[in-house]
Design a binder for this molecule. Structure first.
Ligand SMILES: Cc1cc2nc3c(=O)[nH]c(=O)nc-3n(C[C@H](O)[C@H](O)[C@H](O)COP(=O)(O)OP(=O)(O)OC[C@H]3O[C@@H](n4cnc5c(N)ncnc54)[C@H](O)[C@@H]3O)c2cc1C
Length: 285
């Protein structure tokens, strides 16, 4: 592997989907001298486990616009980089099992339209038609977002890394940032086991490791890991890759096609924190 440079313009810490996306976009913005450092391999953090839902409806205009941009980026990323991403625009359906939930979904649909996102309100019969795998008798209705979809988070990360490298960014794996260097309140670079890199900017994209790294230079980053689960069912009749991603907020669950299997994930109403005593040095997926 090439030797670490002794200086660069921006150091990105962490090779999950966020770190490589930051490197990709900095390089795309014309900053040639970007160095990304990953302590293990790319995607050895939470990204490895992501279910791959790519949804766009958020509670604010800025977050919705950001999510819309992400969908557009993912749509063209495979053609741009030649790296498969598993992206499929299958749409999404959110269902309501209570009248109040249906009101809430309809309100979000109106808000989304203001944000320029196409959202259709569905009757129970339309839900049954578009998603035949579920019982619909006790539903009130739902909403459909045709431009939502899913992707493979590991492949998206590799594609973004390829796009970043092709624009001049350098990526070093097995290179842990041990210390962020500073002069007073000003960041001056990072120290790794293989040497120091002087840099004016350091972007922390270390996922659940970020809080401790930021705290080491006196920055409060209110991030903490919590447990989240999904289950893969071997075979379900009628399952196919074109089925929309399904969200059932009343049951706190989501459903998606995943390489021939049905993936069922659970939103935790009360998140359970993980790693309260710290995360072990060699932990990775
Ligand atoms: C089960 C599950 C399902 C999910 N499903 C979805 C989904 O469907 N859709 C969605 O959008 N999101 C989903 N998420 C959330 C998503 O996975 C995360 O938000 C995302 O992967 C976070 O990426 P990241 O790059 O911030 O962190 P990570 O992927 O954790 O990457 C951080 C990287 O930084 C590295 N690192 C840490 N410290 C250092 C250091 N000092 N020096 C060098 N490198 C360092 C780590 O090794 C790691 O590779 C899901 C999460 C889980 C757990």
């Amino acid at each position: 592997m090439a030797a670490l440079p002794d200086r660069c313009e921006v150091v990105v810490v962490g090779g999950g989907v966020i770190g490589v996306s930051v490197a990709y976009h900095l390089a795309e913005a014309g900053i040639q001298d970007v160095v990304l450092l990953e302590r293990k391999e790319l995607t050895s953090g939470t990204t490895w486990h992501a279910a791959g839902l790519v949804g766009q409806l958020r509670t604010s205009i800025n977050m919705t616009q950001l999510a819309r941009y992400t969908s557009e980026l993912y749509r063209g990323l495979e053609a741009e980089t030649g790296q498969a991403t598993g992206y499929r625009q299958c749409g999404s359906i959110s269902i309501a099992a209570t009248a109040e939930r249906f009101e809430e979904l309809k309100r979000s649909a109106s808000m989304a339209k203001v944000f320029g996102l196409e959202v259709n309100v569905l009757s129970v019969a339309q839900i049954a038609e578009r998603y035949p795998l579920i019982q619909t008798e006790d539903l009130y209705g739902g909403i459909h977002i045709p431009s939502d979809g899913y992707a493979n988070a590991v492949d998206i990360t590799q594609a973004l890394a390829k796009g970043a490298r092709s624009r001049g960014a350098r990526i070093f794996t097995d290179t842990k940032v041990e210390t962020i260097l500073r002069d007073g309140d000003r960041v001056t670079g990072v120290r790794t086991a293989d040497g120091e890199i002087q840099s004016q900017y350091v972007v922390i994209c270390g996922g659940m490791w970020s809080r401790d790294l930021a705290a080491s230079v006196g920055v409060n980053l209110p991030l903490h890991a919590c447990e989240h689960y999904y289950v893969l069912f071997e075979s379900v009749e009628g399952l196919n890759p074109e089925l929309p991603v399904l969200r059932d907020y009343d049951a706190c669950t989501y459903y998606k096609y995943d390489a021939g299997k049905l993936l069922v994930g659970a939103f935790e109403p009360s998140a359970k924190p993980w790693g309260m005593q710290g995360i072990s040095e060699d932990f990775c997926f």
